[in-house]
Write a protein that binds this ligand. Structure first.
Ligand SMILES: CC(C)(COP(=O)(O)OP(=O)(O)OC[C@H]1O[C@@H](n2cnc3c(N)ncnc32)[C@H](O)[C@@H]1OP(=O)(O)O)[C@@H](O)C(=O)NCCC(=O)NCCS
Length: 157
């Protein structure tokens, strides 16, 4: 059996939350220029799990969580469109390029579509070329630059 065929994509249970948090800690905090506007912490996992548990998916092999997808849906006032925001997609580097991210994404997309979403959103750092290539491969287009700025309030003290 290939590694890929042994991967199970399923919705997360409460017992998975610790593994998800620690895998995210390993992957997201090791990225060279972590974004300040979105930080990976335990509240991210528990809050999103409470909001929409169907949108917290894990990839498991041999009892180990090797990837996850985590997101939410957004309803905009005065808009007929519902948006599905894939906030965090994470594959253990030891299991990269095996199609696991793609399988997690496909399942996430099917689930948001089932929940009435007509448009999906993703965001990542402008220099995260692997992620941008991945999302292009999944059909995303129109990348738009977004500028984040900071103001250090301690400088005035
Ligand atoms: C981006 C990420 C989710 C891809 O997961 P993955 O399981 O390795 O991706 P897949 O094997 O399903 O790749 C599908 C396609 O995406 C593209 N792709 C994936 N990783 C790539 C990379 N490092 N460089 C270039 N293209 C890549 C390829 O077209 C690939 O198809 P191919 O392998 O047949 O060429 C994974 O590398 C990751 O977790 N990165 C760190 C976290 C992150 O940046 N998440 C996204 C923002 S929240």
């Amino acid at each position: 059996m290939s590694v890929f065929s042994a991967i199970d994509i399923r919705t997360a249970t409460i017992d998975d939350l610790s593994a998800i948090f620690h895998l995210g800690e390993k992957v997201f905090t090791s990225q060279a220029a972590a974004n300040l506007y979105r930080t990976w912490d335990e509240y991210e996992v528990t809050t999103l799990f409470n909001c929409n548990p169907e949108l917290l998916l894990v990839a498991e092999t041999e009892g180990k969580v090797v990837g996850f997808a985590l997101g939410t849906t957004i309803e905009k006032a005065r808009s007929a469109w519902n948006y599905g925001h894939l906030l965090w997609l994470c594959i253990d580097p030891e299991y990269a390029r095996l199609g696991i991210g793609s399988s997690l994404f496909d399942r996430f997309r099917d689930e948001v579509a089932r929940q009435g979403v007509r448009m999906m959103l993703v965001d990542t750092q402008a220099d995260n070329k692997p992620a941008i290539d991945f999302f292009r491969c999944k059909g995303f287009e129109n990348p738009t630059d977004h500028v984040y700025m900071t103001l250090n309030l301690e400088k005035d003290n």
